[in-house]
Write a protein that binds this ligand. Structure first.
Ligand code: MLT
Ligand code: MN
Ligand code: ZN
Length: 302
């Protein structure tokens, strides 16, 4: 199995275009930038799937040799897209894929619904490409091209802000607005977990990370009060559907073995700013848990 990490920042990226904070200013000056969270995965190194489609997708695709078309053709190695949420930082890039001859998008039912109503990516794409939509159900694995198996894990009920007023009963309260994936090869020898939005650590996640070679997980905020400390507001990390790094580390300690990589870093997270106050102690805690920060462009081979 191969995983190419395409982007590692939360919505807005690093630097964020309208932010002049010390971290964004440093990223602007040094070029230590991060694009928005998504990755590509392949079981056989030939058939590739995008997991999430960030607003930075065009640049991410062009920077990834594995995703280049065959010479002289429009024959792309991309076989489809899987979504972990309907959030704009995970879905705006779908519109960038409109030149595709065909496009298969795998998403849970509420995510599909949001993308055909409040943010109508489905109807918008229809005149441009032959789009096929597949419904994912938590716990029900799907078999994909190249021998890739993807099991969706229900991870949270947070609706995107733009979908707060969706008509219809029963959308609120569903736990599959946000999901993760456990990927494995057909022979079961390699497996990986991707969970960039993790509201809480669940028993399903305990099961999913057991035996995984790599776990790419939610590193949005370092602590539950990180954002409140920056903005003076009251929004907690957990309240935004993100288990803070300090709160997931104890779970990692219960499951030694996998290589853990934190992704979807917000621009307030000291982990995105090596050398800033508070980074060293946190970096030590990560290292002790077998964890590190994911970097744009990282290639993982399992
Ligand atoms: C999230 O990860 O919580 C969302 O992407 C936040 C947002 O961009 O509104
Ligand atoms: Mn996000
Ligand atoms: Zn900033």
């Amino acid at each position: 199995m191969k995983i190419r990490i395409l982007g590692t920042a939360a919505g807005g990226g690093l630097p964020q275009w309208n932010c002049g904070c010390a971290g964004c200013a440093t990223a602007r000056r040094t070029g230590a930038a991060r694009t928005q969270d998504c990755l590509a995965v392949s079981a056989d190194g030939t058939a590739w799937y995008l997991v999430n489609a960030s607003p930075d997708l065009r640049g991410q695709l062009l920077a990834t040799p594995e995703l280049a078309p065959a010479p002289g053709t429009r024959d792309t190695p991309l076989r489809g897209v899987l979504l972990t949420s309907a959030e704009l930082d995970h879905t705006l890039g779908l519109l960038t894929l409109r030149e595709a001859a065909e496009l298969t998008v795998h998403a849970t039912l509420p995510v599909r619904y949001a993308l055909h109503s409040a943010f109508p990516a489905g109807p918008l794409l229809a005149p441009y490409t032959k789009a096929g939509w597949q419904t994912l159900a938590p716990g029900r694995a799907v078999e994909l091209a190249g021998g890739l198996r993807a099991e969706p894990l229900a991870l949270g009920g947070k609706l995107p802000r733009y979908a707060a007023d969706l008509p219809g009963e029963g959308w609120e309260g569903r736990t599959d607005w946000v999901c993760g994936f456990r990927f494995s090869t057909a022979d079961g020898r390699a497996s990986a977990v991707y969970a960039p939005g993790l509201a809480a650590w669940t028993p399903e996640l305990d099961r999913a990370v057991a035996g995984a070679g790599v776990v790419v997980l939610d590193g949005t905020f370092s602590t539950d009060d990180e954002l409140a400390g920056h903005t003076g507001g009251a929004r907690s990390s957990r309240g935004m559907g993100h288990l803070a790094v300090r709160d997931s580390l104890p779970h990692l300690a219960r499951h030694p073995g996998p290589r853990y990589l934190y992704t979807h870093l917000n621009n307030t997270n000291p982990l995105a700013h090596p050398g800033s106050p508070g980074t060293e102690a946190l970096a030590r805690a990560l290292a002790a848990a077998g964890a590190a920060v994911a970097e744009d462009g990282m290639l993982i081979e399992l």
